[in-house]
Design a protein around this ligand. Structure first.
Ligand code: SAM
Length: 218
């Protein structure tokens, strides 16, 4: 999610007092929760059905991965919508705040937090129903300068996400690619690894900025 006036910088904007600031910002909470609700609608989007056949049911308690869970705003909305959640974040400063919420609130009971890198997930093959990621996925290439290294990493991650999903698994990613090339690179990493779907932007001519990928295992 965009900070009020600029895109956040990883990891600096999520460490120490910045993590504290993130977690106490009502604006941030509202935005993350609103975006998560929209992504849940996208998860059930009819346009992902093939030949009118719905493979996903509203009433079912699916196991979902929340990739880059931060301090747990998105996870809380997933729980409220009946999902069982495994929430992943790489930074102790962020996920420790989410864990604290689990200790002190009944809202977080059906939730497991794992401190881990999205690019190296400790998750079994064929074990997850669906995946969601809010305002985090563009950070997975952080620290890589070389284009071919970035391509390799996003491909490996796309392949692994495909492997851990069960049949009919869906993925909704809301993220902020920095330009059209980066968006194409992320997109290809899914198409190449057995996903189908489409993207949604607020403005179809927009080349970078907030983008939603709606995908399913094909
Ligand atoms: C905007 S915050 C996420 C917000 C989250 N959806 C929420 O509700 O609070 C972005 C998060 O992505 C995490 N992140 C960035 N790169 C990551 C990676 N490679 N693996 C796991 N988490 C990562 C950051 O640590 C940060 O907590």
């Amino acid at each position: 999610m965009v900070r009020k006036n600029r895109l956040p910088i990883f990891p600096n904007d999520y460490l120490e007092e910045k993590a504290e600031e993130y977690d106490s910002s009502k604006w941030m909470e509202r935005n993350q929760k609103r975006t998560t609700s929209l992504c849940i609608q996208y998860l059930f989007d009819d346009r992902l059905n093939v030949n009118g056949v719905t493979e996903i049911n509203l009433g079912k308690s699916y196991l979902i991965l929340d990739l880059g869970c931060g301090t747990g705003y998105s996870s809380e909305i997933l729980i409220q919508n009946g999902f069982r959640v495994v929430a992943i974040d790489i930074l102790y400063d962020m996920i420790s705040k989410a864990r604290e919420k689990k200790r002190t609130s009944d809202n977080f009971k059906e939730l497991e937090f794992i401190q881990s890198d999205i690019n190296n997930l400790p998750i079994r093959v064929n074990s997850i129903d669906h995946i969601i990621s809010i305002s985090s996925y563009n950070f997975i290439i952080h620290g890589l300068e070389n284009y071919s290294e970035k391509v390799k990493l996003v491909n490996d991650t796309g392949k692994y996400l495909h492997n851990i999903l069960k049949q009919y698994g869906r993925v909704v990613i809301e993220f902020y690619p920095k330009d059209d090339n980066e968006l194409k690179m992320f997109n290809k990493s899914f198409v190449k690894n057995g996903f189908e779907g489409f993207m949604v932007k607020n403005d179809p001519n927009q080349k970078s900025g907030q983008t939603f990928l709606l995908l399913k295992k094909s």
